[in-house]
Every structure is written in structure tokens, then in C-alpha cells.
Write a protein that binds this ligand. Structure first.
Ligand code: PEP
Length: 256
């Protein structure tokens, strides 16, 4: 019997000192994860090595990077490359978060370059896609998101493993409104049609203990990508516990 994989992950964005990162990682390092739960943590670049060391390379909790340049090295002041974040212990690379798209000129083309860079070095890409409130109001949510997915995956063989996260821009952060399960179902179904059924699609955007169950119960959703609600280790564990509780069978990702 194939085990259903449920991904539970968090990006800490631009939060946490090394001491805070280490303390959080130590809590996770002491956990026994329920079968099928695939936890991941994405610290700021400064803390990747610290967190990876505590969580031990090859351990149950995947450590990721929030971004990396598409070139392997060179005169790119302020940037870090995929080989560098890999060297620090990252095994996953978050790409195309809406904050990077909005504030750091992260175009679809760059997202695609970064997906290829991650794959070249054996990191699992986690591609974030999502429409703005204006695009949704204009009835363009599905077109926007599927175009982002198509662009991100251009030139990537259909069998290559890639994680996706549907993160509506209007649902993210302290002013965000969580998407309803119906909205998530419709968009994630469209994403899966473009990305292929074997690629897990997570949901992110104001996930909390209040809405996680309904989102996890969607058969189209293979897990949750969480911000604020998992910025303390207790919040992360509570969501992982919830995800481990029985739910209707769902088609999940093949990666564990
Ligand atoms: C995010 O920024 O990707 C995110 C999901 O944040 P939050 O859960 O805090 O809305």
C-alpha cells in the first residue's frame, strides 16, 4: 500500500536570529513524525547551516532556502547560489514567492531559470504561484496561475519531481484572508492539470489551526505551506499533528 504523503512546511521569511533558529530546530529534531508526514523548514539564508546541522543531513525534516540565484557563481553582489545553499544544507529551494515576484523582480522567466538551477544541483524546487486580488476579481485567477505554472516548468521533464504551492497573493500575510476550500480546490485542480498528477500541490496563505483541517481534507491538496502560524515550533507541531489525524484518502505525491 502506498503511503499518502502530506507535506507540512514553513518559511520563516526574514525572521529569527541564529539562537532562535537553533531552538526551533531542536524542538523539531526531537520529534517522531507520524507516517506520511513530510515536514520541511525554510530558514533565512543566514540560518540554513545552523538549522541543517541540528536537523542532521538526510533527516526527516527537509531544510530549504527561500531563494537562490540561477547562476552557480559570479559577480552578483548580495545573492547566494544554489550550490551555496546546498553546501549550507538546503535540500529544497523555494522559488517565486509572491513577495519576491512583487518586490524583487522575480519574473516567470527567472522562476524557470531557478527551477532548472535547483534541479541541476539536486534540490527539490518548491514553486509558489498565485493570483492577486485584482486578477481574481477580473475572473483571471485560473489563467494567471496556470500560466505561472507553465512558465515555471518550461523545459522540465514531466517525470521530474517538483513541488508546487498555491498561494493567492490576497491570502498571504497579516492582511490576508484565507482562501476558501472551494477556491483552493478549483485552482489546485487547474494547477494539477498543467503540472501533472504526480506533482504535489500545497496550499499556503493564512493557514491556521482553524482552517487547516478543511484544507487538508481536500483530495487535491497534498499539504500546507505555512507562514505566521508556524513561526514558533509549537505552531508547526500542532499543524503537523492535525495533518497526521485521519482524513479522506487523497492522491498524494510520490516523494517521501
Ligand atoms: C506565505 O507568506 O507564504 C504564507 C503562507 O504566509 P502566512 O501563512 O503567514 O499567510
Amino acid at each position: 500500500m502506498t503511503e499518502q504523503t502530506t507535506w507540512i512546511g514553513t518559511s520563516w521569511k526574514m525572521t529569527k536570529t541564529l539562537a532562535e533558529a537553533r531552538a526551533y530546530a531542536r524542538v523539531l529534531a526531537g520529534c517522531d513524525w507520524a507516517p506520511g508526514i513530510r515536514p520541511f523548514v525554510i530558514p533565512p539564508a543566514t540560518a540554513i547551516a545552523t538549522v541543517a546541522e541540528v536537523l542532521s543531513p538526510g533527516g526527516a525534516v527537509l531544510v530549504g532556502a527561500q531563494d537562490a540565484h540561477w547562476e552557480d557563481e559570479g559577480a552578483w553582489t548580495g545573492e547566494v547560489s544554489v550550490p551555496q545553499v546546498k553546501d549550507a544544507g538546503a535540500r529544497l529551494l523555494e522559488i517565486g514567492h509572491s513577495e519576491r515576484r512583487a518586490h524583487f523582480a522575480e519574473t516567470d522567466e527567472r522562476v524557470n531559470l531557478k527551477v532548472h538551477a535547483a534541479l541541476r544541483h539536486g534540490l527539490l524546487p518548491l514553486v509558489c504561484v498565485g493570483e492577486t486580488a485584482q486578477q481574481r476579481a477580473a475572473g483571471a485567477a485560473l489563467d494567471t496561475v496556470t500560466a505561472q505554472v507553465r512558465a515555471a516548468l518550461a523545459g522540465v521533464p514531466a517525470t521530474t519531481r517538483v513541488l508546487l504551492a498555491y498561494e493567492p497573493v490576497w491570502a498571504i500575510g497579516e492582511h490576508g484572508t484565507p482562501a476558501t476550500p472551494e477556491q483552493v480546490r478549483d485552482v489546485v485542480t487547474a494547477i494539477a492539470r498543467v503540472a501533472g498528477p504526480a506533482r504535489p500541490v500545497l496550499y499556503g496563505g493564512s493557514v491556521s489551526l482553524d482552517n487547516a483541517r478543511d484544507l487538508l481534507d481536500l483530495p487535491q491538496v497534498s499539504g500546507l505551506f505555512v507562514g505566521r502560524a508556524a513561526w514558533d515550533a509549537g505552531g508547526f507541531l500542532a499543524l503537523a499533528d492535525l495533518a497526521a489525524q485521519p482524513a479522506p484518502q487523497a492522491p498524494g505525491g510520490p516523494y517521501s
